[in-house]
Design a protein around this ligand. Structure first.
Ligand code: ADP
Length: 395
C-alpha cells in the first residue's frame, strides 16, 4: 500500500479547466472520497492518479515515486468503475484472473490469489458461474475481486455502486468498509453522493468547479464546513441559509435579529453581508428552549408543508414576513423559508403559527460575498455589557 500526493494538479481541456490547482495528500491505508456535483472534476482528478489522463500542470506521486508521466500499468493502481464490463463468455474465475494471466503468473499463484479475493468479497462457491447468472451486486463484487488479485498499492474506484439499486448500494457500502479494514488498503473513491462519502471515508475531499473546497473527516466537513458550498453540499436535507447584515450588536435578517458582537467575528465589520447557516435539526420550537445551552430570541414562523419520513418529519416553515407575502413567492426558492426536522410524535400541523429558536452553539456564519465560513457556533459572541466578564469566565 502507498500514499498518494497531488501537487498543484491542473487539467485543462481547451478553454475549460476541469481540475484547478489541486494539492492534497492521501496517507498510506487511508480511504479518501472525492465528492461533489456532476462535472466538478472528481473523475478527472482520479484519472490523473490512474494515469488515464496527463495533468496540464502539476505532479502526481504514489509512494515516493513521481508517476506523473508513467503508464497506468506501471503505477501499481487497480481500478473499479461504474460499468464493470465483465467478459460475458468467461466464468467468474476467468474474469477475476484475466489480468494475472496477462502478467504470466503460474497457475498455483493465480488460483491462490483468486480464491483469496473471492473469499474477501464473499463470492466463494460462485467461481464457475457465468456473469449472466449473477445479480448486479455480485457482478460488482467480481469487478472488485479483479482489482484485489492484482495486489495494488492503491485502489481507485469511480462510482462503483452507481448502477446498483438503493438497498444493494447501502449493503455494498458496508462491504467496502470491511474490505478497506481487511486489506488496510489505500482507496480513492469517487461519488456524487454525499451520503456515500460520509459513511465510508476516513476523509472526504469536496470539489466544486475543479477546485478543492475542503479535505477533512466527514464530521468535520459536517460540523465545520469551510464555506457555503461545503455547508450546502454535505448533509441531507441541506443546511438552511438566511442572508443578513451585521449591525451594531447583531446580525439582522429580514425576519429576525441574532445577538452577536460584530467586533468579535473575524474578518468582517458592521455593514458587511453575512449569511447565517443552521441545519434543520438545530431549529427548535420555543417550548424546548430550556433544553438548549444557548437559544436565540424567538422567531415567528408559520408551518407550511410537512414531509413525514418515518423516523422524522421535515417541516417547511415560512418566516413571518414571508408568511404575509407568501402568495407572491415560490416557497421552494424563498429566502424566507426554513426547514426544520422534528420527531414523528410532533403536534405541529400545516398552516399553524409556530415560535422557533435556534441553538446558538450550532449557528454558522459565512461571509456572503466570498462564501468563506467566519465562525461555527456563536455562543460566546454576544456583545458584552461594559465591565462584565466573558461567558464562562466566572471565577
Ligand atoms: P465529475 O467526475 O466530477 O462529474 P469530470 O472530471 O468528469 O467531472 O469532468 C470535469 C469537467 O471536465 C467537465 O466539465 C467535463 O465536461 C470536462 N471533461 C472531462 N473529460 C473531458 C474530455 N475528455 N474532454 C473534454 N472535456 C472533458
Amino acid at each position: 500500500m502507498a500514499r498518494v500526493q497531488l501537487e498543484h494538479v491542473t487539467k485543462q481541456y481547451g478553454e475549460e479547466t476541469a481540475v484547478d490547482d489541486i494539492s492534497l495528500e492521501i496517507k498510506d491505508g487511508e480511504f479518501v472520497t472525492f465528492v461533489g456535483p456532476s462535472g466538478c472534476g472528481k473523475s478527472t482528478t482520479m484519472e490523473t492518479v490512474a494515469g488515464l489522463t496527463q495533468p496540464t500542470e502539476g505532479r502526481v506521486y504514489i509512494g515516493d515515486d513521481d508517476v506523473t508521466t508513467l503508464a497506468p500499468k506501471d503505477r501499481g493502481v487497480a481500478m473499479v468503475f461504474q460499468n464493470i464490463a465483465l467478459f460475458p463468455h468467461m466464468d467468474v474465475f476467468d474474469n477475476i484472473s484475466f489480468g494475472l494471466r496477462l502478467r504470466t503468473y503460474d497457475d498455483a499463484e493465480i488460483e491462490r490469489r483468486v480464491e483469496q479475493a473471492a473469499d474477501i468479497v464473499q463470492l466463494e462457491g460462485m467461481l464457475d458461474r457465468m456473469p449472466g447468472e449473477m445479480s448486479g451486486g455480485q457482478q460488482q463484487r467480481v469487478g472488485i475481486a479483479r482489482a484485489i488479485v492484482r495486489n495494488p498499492d492503491v485502489f481507485l474506484m469511480d462510482e462503483p455502486l452507481a448502477n446498483l439499486d438503493a438497498k444493494l448500494r447501502v449493503h455494498m457500502r458496508t462491504e467496502l468498509q470491511r474490505l478497506h479494514r481487511e486489506l488496510g488498503a489505500t482507496i480513492i473513491y469517487v461519488t456524487h453522493d454525499q451520503a456515500e462519502a460520509m459513511t465510508m471515508s476516513n476523509r472526504i475531499a469536496v470539489l466544486n468547479k475543479g477546485r478543492l473546497q475542503q479535505i477533512a473527516p466527514p464530521l468535520t466537513c459536517y460540523n465545520e464546513p469551510t464555506n457555503l458550498f461545503v455547508a450546502g453540499f454535505i448533509g441531507s436535507p441541506s443546511m438552511n441559509f438566511v442572508e443578513g447584515k451585521l449591525i451594531e450588536g447583531g446580525l439582522e435578517t429580514n425576519n429576525f435579529t441574532v445577538d452577536v458582537d460584530p467586533s468579535r467575528i473575524p474578518d468582517v465589520a458592521v455593514g458587511d453581508d453575512v449569511t447565517l447557516g443552521v441545519r434543520p435539526e438545530d431549529v427548535h420550537l420555543v417550548r424546548y428552549a430550556d433544553s438548549l445551552t444557548s437559544p436565540t430570541t424567538t422567531i415567528d414562523a408559520k408551518s407550511d408543508v410537512l414531509e413525514p419520513m418515518g423516523d422524522e418529519i421535515f417541516v417547511y416553515l415560512l418566516l413571518s414576513e414571508a408568511a404575509a407575502g407568501s402568495m407572491e413567492q415560490d416557497p421552494a426558492t424563498s429566502p424566507n423559508q426554513l426547514l426544520m426536522s422534528v420527531t414523528p410524535d410532533t403536534d405541529i400541523e400545516a398552516g399553524q403559527d409556530v415560535d422557533l429558536v435556534l441553538d446558538r452553539s450550532n449557528i454558522h456564519l459565512f461571509n456572503t460575498e466570498t462564501g468563506d465560513a467566519l465562525v461555527h457556533g456563536i455562543t460566546d459572541l454576544q456583545e458584552r455589557e461594559p465591565g462584565t466578564a466573558p461567558a464562562g469566565a466566572d471565577s
